[in-house]
Design a protein around this ligand. Structure first.
Ligand code: FAD
Length: 481
């Protein structure tokens, strides 16, 4: 974002005023329809499949299991409340891409990208059908996504990107600056790319809660407030050990275990270096008045993202607020995760400044919510899968910042692997290969922060990548949110 490297003090003051009353809480979870917590696990139990984690990955895995193997009993164990973490606090862009975007897929798996695209499109259609079939009220809107260019080098990148997408059969519209501003009126837009089919918008927490309800209706047992402390092996069968929020220990013996713990401390040693937790921060405004909405257009309600390395994503909510997130992707030394890290005065202030620069006609608007959440970044930005303990413990993680829809696909992959089934999914190179690990500390923090610094620099420098980024590119490594 070259134009944003120096922000005048007046802009900082305006951002501060806009943020003054913002509640440090997640807009999507601040909902009277939020379900009551379910009781923790107690005693010693048995289930055919135990799923650890009640975000999208865990809930899709449980739901797909009862759909695919109706005779198998399923239990979900969630440390907090289902949908409380990334799945309940994200931007709600449900993208068809299984590879953290077409560009990443093209760079890594060019030979199977057509298959990945087809499977991803089918997965998104199946997600929409599930939302319909289970009556999930998550305001799914098939409005598509608009990528916007804010600098001349980004206009060129978008044009190249459009060519690559079109060559692979995607129907996208490349837009001039004027055409883009006709859709959504920001003086910062120099061009755009509209993809009608590749993304639908959802209300993230309501999607998670709807999946939770669908699971319960189909006989899945869910225990919340139940942290899994270890997955042990007893005579060749996994035993999942837990502790409740009140400190009461319990256990469940399982035939199979699906690990859906995302950015949180992995329960398998082999996964410890595979992902890093990266904090992504978000703001939500008060509802826009009709006049405010008219001043920016946006009648198509597209999900919008700019194409800088440090990018913003934004969208309208059901009641016409603007959700505005992204830009800084913050890593804390030692892969630290802590509720206190969800609030970052400096990142929220930066986001607010960029918001007002993008939509100067909304000067005076107030933000009502500010929050952050952790993303499970891996070095290839797209999920990886596998099993341990003689195939009885499966895992799917590493979605980085694009897991709303891809987790549904990941759930099916995890079930394929746990049941030893060979499917089109399990034959994919993307599924069979694993990313390179991150190094241990202190090299990890050094490498990540050098990469972040280099990406910010590239944004200020017409997209030109320095030698560090070019070296990472050569090895297929990276850092993204
Ligand atoms: C701010 C933000 C914005 C995002 N925006 C988008 C977007 O617009 N589009 C998109 O596609 N993706 C987005 N993402 C990413 C997306 O939200 C995630 O990829 C997705 O929600 C991952 O789902 P999950 O179930 O794997 O993880 P989570 O939702 O994090 O769920 C993991 C669950 O496991 C539980 N858990 C962990 N360890 C244990 C344990 N030991 N015992 C019991 N339970 C445990 C946790 O409490 C948690 O509930 C965003 C993420 C964030 C944080």
């Amino acid at each position: 974002m070259s134009a944003r490297s120096r922000v005048p003090t007046a802009a900082s003051a305006a951002a501060g005023a806009a943020l003054a009353d913002a509640s440090p809480s997640v807009f999507w979870l601040d909902d009277p329809d939020r379900p009551e917590p379910l009781p923790p696990l107690s005693g010693r139990q048995h289930a055919d499949l135990v799923v650890v984690g009640g975000g999208y990955t865990g809930l899709w895995t449980a739901l797909r299991s009862v759909e695919r193997y109706p005779d198998a009993s399923v239990m979900v164990l969630e440390a907090g409340r289902c949908g409380n973490e990334a799945s309940g606090r994200n931007g709600g862009f449900a993208a068809a891409s299984l590879t953290h975007g077409f560009g990443n897929g093209l760079a890594r798996w060019p030979d199977e990208l057509d298959t990945l695209d087809r499977l991803g499109a089918q997965n998104l259609a199946d997600l929409a059908a599930d939302v319909d079939r289970y009556g999930i009220d998550c305001h799914l809107e098939a409005t598509g996504a608009l990528d916007v260019a804010l600098a001349p080098w980004q206009v060129e990148e978008l044009a190249e990107y459009a060519d690559e997408l079109t060559a692979r059969g995607h129907q996208v519209q490349l837009l001039s600056g004027e055409q883009t501003r006709k859709r959504v009126d920001s003086p910062t837009y120099l061009g755009g790319l509209y993809d009608a089919a590749g993304t639908v918008m959802v209300e993230p927490a309501r999607l998670a809660w709807g999946l939770r309800r669908a699971c319960l209706e189909r006989g899945v047992v869910i225990h919340e407030g139940t942290r899994v402390t270890a997955v042990a092996d007893e005579r060749g069968r996994p035993v999942v050990h837990t502790v409740s929020r009140d400190g009461v220990a319990a256990a469940v013996r399982a035939d199979r275990v699906a690990l859906a713990t995302n950015a949180f401390r992995p329960l398998l040693r082999r996964l410890r270096l595979m992902t890093v937790p990266v904090y992504d921060h978000v703001l939500v405004t008060e509802p826009l008045s009709e006049a405010q909405l008219a001043s920016i257009g946006w009648s198509g309600r597209e999900g919008i993202g700019d194409v800088a390395n440090q990018f913003h994503y934004y969208r309208l909510t059901r009641d016409n607020r603007i959700l505005w997130g992204g830009y800084d992707a913050v890593y804390h030394y030692g892969s630290r995760i802590d509720r206190s890290l969800e609030q970052s005065a400096s990142t929220h202030a930066t986001l607010a400044e960029h918001f007002l620069e993008t939509f100067p006609q909304l000067q005076g608007i107030r933000f009502t919510h500010r929050w952050g959440g952790v993303i499970d970044t891996c070095t290839r930005f797209s999920a990886f899968f596998g099993t341990a303990r003689h195939g009885r413990v499966g895992y799917a993680l590493g979605y980085t910042g694009l897991g709303v829809a891809a987790t549904r696909f990941g759930a099916d992959v995890m079930l394929d692997l746990l049941h030893g089934e060979t499917t089109e999914r399990t034959e994919l190179e993307m599924v069979r290969s694993t990313p390179l690990p991150f190094p241990p500390e202190p090299a990890r923090a050094l490498g990540i922060n050098l990469t972040r610094w280099s990406l910010a620099r590239a944004d200020r420098n017409q997209g030109r990548r320095n030698s560090w980024l070019r070296t990472l590119d050569r090895f297929g490594l990276g850092f993204d949110s």
